[in-house]
Design a protein around this ligand. Structure first.
Ligand SMILES: [Zn+2]
Length: 281
């Protein structure tokens, strides 16, 4: 990953302690996994970065979730992401990435257990909305892989903010959406299609909303439609010549698009700075 070669670093301050829910609307907060009691032995031990992300699959009790578990396994969605991040950063301990049935359509970073939790229900929800999308250009399976990869990187962003005490101002969920977009658009083989997939996810979720509640406006996430436009903006901003049609077609309004290249450069540079002290070689 070329991230390590680009800029110089910075240091850290704050520590998040609450479970970071990452779906559009955690409607059933009491169904969310409960953080375990903090364990002193679980804190970083300064072992010199020998840890890695380790993927585990929990058997879903609901048989309707078995096919989506299989789709994720077959495509190695979490394994590929875990390896990419393990190769990128120095971790003092192994960090589990747990594929599981959660009781809700969501994904989490648990700062006390220090683990990523990816709910089968979230992947199934993506499959459902993509299947129903009349404008679909590519097979649903590919869309689900793209969308869930972007969501996985979002969770890794929360993980890094927590594990490395990264300073974040503004909504952390916006910052880690940016991290996801930066990872997917940087490097020798940018994965713009995956950015498009996750932009589509939030766009389709927004379409389903009849009206926005006070809770949606008050939530820790930007609104679904905003998240969708953000990802389109960052994709366009990462390669404006390549994605002129995103603006020409009206998918991304010109008023936002003109700022996207500088917005993208700024956030990419910021994430590189934040992670620089933690990067491998
Ligand atoms: Zn989140």
């Amino acid at each position: 990953m070329k991230l390590s070669r680009i800029i110089a670093g910075t240091v850290a301050i704050a520590a998040a302690t609450t479970l970071a829910a990452c779906g559009s609307d955690a409607k059933k907060p009491d169904a969310a996994p409960k953080p375990a009691a903090a364990s002193p032995s679980a804190t970083t031990g300064g072992s010199g970065g020998g840890g890695k992300f380790v993927v585990k699959y929990e058997e879903p009790a609901n048989p309707a979730l078995k096919p989506i578990e299989q789709l994720l396994k077959t495509n190695q969605v979490y394994e590929k992401g875990a390896k990419e991040m393990s190769d990128l950063v120095k971790l003092d301990q192994d960090v589990p990435v747990i594929a599981k049935e959660c009781g809700e359509e969501n994904a989490f970073w648990d700062p006390q257990k220090k683990e990523v939790q990816m709910c089968y229900e979230m992947a199934l929800k993506l499959q459902t909305v993509f299947d129903a999308d009349a404008d679909k250009q590519t097979p649903t399976e590919q869309n689900v892989v793209g969308g869930m990869t972007a969501i996985l990187f979002h969770e890794f962003g929360h993980g890094f903010a927590s594990l490395f005490d990264l300073p974040i101002t503004g909504k952390e969920d916006d910052a880690v959406d940016q991290f996801s977009a930066v990872i997917l658009t940087m490097g020798e083989e940018p994965r713009h299609k995956m950015v498009q997939d996750v932009a589509k996810v939030w766009g389709l979720f927004a379409k389903d909303e009849k009206e926005l509640s006070a809770a949606a406006f008050a939530g820790e996430h930007s609104l679904n439609a905003q998240r969708s436009y953000n990802f389109l903006c960052w994709m366009y901003g990462s390669a404006p010549e390549k994605f002129q049609d995103v603006v020409a077609s009206g998918s991304l309004p010109e008023s936002r698009a003109e700022r996207c290249p500088s917005e993208y450069q700024k956030m990419a540079g910021s994430w590189v700075k934040l992670l620089q002290p933690h990067l491998k070689g």
